[in-house]
Design a protein around this ligand. Structure first.
Ligand SMILES: Cc1cc2nc3c(=O)[nH]c(=O)nc-3n(C[C@H](O)[C@H](O)[C@H](O)COP(=O)(O)O)c2cc1C
Length: 342
């Protein structure tokens, strides 16, 4: 239904509007009598033994919603009904911020890609805290909190922003993700260097009294040397593992005309053009570390096989975002089925 009816309609709207329409329609469906039942019938699929336990936290199935879809914690209950085993909310920052001027989200349909330069638009961590307190955790679905820093915070003080978000959300989410890999906050990716990163990760592990799983999300554009540094850092700081990967700043190998890509401008590219690079990064991290820590694989999962490839490369769990835009919510079930059949 999504691919043949909804998608052609949604693609007539600018992407940010289409996103809002989609979540609005879904909310409406869930609120009408029988809506939740229809959703469960359409998207519900659980296989036996599909749960994955990491650091004592059991994910009911290995397919999650990636960060950025629900930046403010407004839709995680609804999205969990699509059968996700976990939903990651954020990236949230201490203070609310508007993000970059619109337009800042673009489709690249010939490549099944998305380019975004949203710039961490969000209502701030206090608003997120209030929402989670009000609506609670979703049933049978793990809730992750992806945290970042405000644009106005200089990198030398970034650690304070991560600590604020970590402490305010501590009792409300099941796991945390430190995001230093978005290309849309100037200078943020410099925090992926060993020194600043160890300051942030050590500060958070010190405050992690209940030993909640703590992941670091990395960019696909890191060199082998930088990936080696990150592996060392996981071992030195004792964080749980990595999320690989965020969006890429590369524009290599696209079918879309260069002029069109140039007219879009800066931003992170996701979706199908990222599939192979993200899988390559996962495999490198897994092989080089001898599988010493869990990896959440994300980047360009557009069908069940892509999800299987991420698991085969060494991921314990996978996440989806852009694939939902092109393939629709059926992708969640398709990915779960494909992984279960491995
Ligand atoms: C519109 C958009 C906004 C995003 N916002 C965030 C974000 O706030 N934090 C984050 O860690 N990742 C963010 N991402 C990256 C995704 O979580 C994911 O890592 C990336 O898109 C690759 O997966 P995909 O190809 O399945 O989309 C965003 C992606 C998109 C498309």
């Amino acid at each position: 239904m999504y691919r043949y009816i909804l998608k052609p309609i949604l693609f007539r709207f600018v992407p940010e509007k289409a996103h809002n329409i989609t979540v609005g329609l879904f909310k409406t469906l869930l609120s009408i009598p029988g809506g939740a039942w229809i959703t469960r019938k359409m998207f519900g699929y659980e296989s036996k033994n599909s749960s994955v336990t990491i650091d004592g936290l059991t994910f009911p199935n290995p397919v999650g919603l990636a960060a950025g879809f629900d930046k403010d914690g407004k839709y995680y209950h609804d999205m969990s009904k699509l059968g996700f085993g976990f939903v990651e909310i954020g990236t949230v920052t201490p203070l609310p911020q508007g993000g970059n001027p619109q337009p800042r989200l673009f489709r690249v349909p010939a490549d099944k890609g998305i380019i975004n330069r949203m710039g961490f638009n969000n209502d701030g961590v206090d608003a997120m805290v209030e929402r989670i307190k009000k609506f609670g955790k979703p049933d049978n679905c793990i809730l992750g909190g992806n945290i970042g820093k405000n644009k106005v915070t200089p990198n030398e003080k970034a650690v304070d922003d991560y600590i604020i978000c970590f402490e305010k959300l501590y009792d409300l989410v099941d796991y945390f993700v430190v995001n230093v890999s978005s290309p849309n906050t100037p200078g943020l990716r410099e925090l992926q260097d060993k020194k600043p990163l160890s300051i942030i990760l050590n500060a958070l592990t010190k405050r992690n009294k209940d030993k909640k799983p703590l992941f670091l999300k990395i960019a696909p554009d890191l060199t082998e040397g930088q990936l080696n540094d990150i592996i060392e850092l996981v071992e030195e700081t004792g964080i749980t593992g990595l999320i690989a990967t965020n969006t890429t700043i590369s524009r290599e190998g696209l079918a879309t005309k260069t002029a069109k890509i140039e007219s879009i401008g800066n931003g992170g590219l996701s979706g199908a053009p990222l599939t192979n690079r993200a899988t390559e990064v996962i495999k490198y991290l897994h092989d080089k570390s001898n599988g010493a820590f869990p990896i959440i694989g994300v980047g360009g999962i557009c069908n069940g096989q892509d999800a299987v490839d991420k698991i085969k490369a060494g991921a314990s769990l996978v996440q989806i975002y852009s694939g939902l835009i092109y393939s629709g919510p059926e992708l969640v079930k398709e990915s779960k089925k494909a992984i279960a059949a491995m």
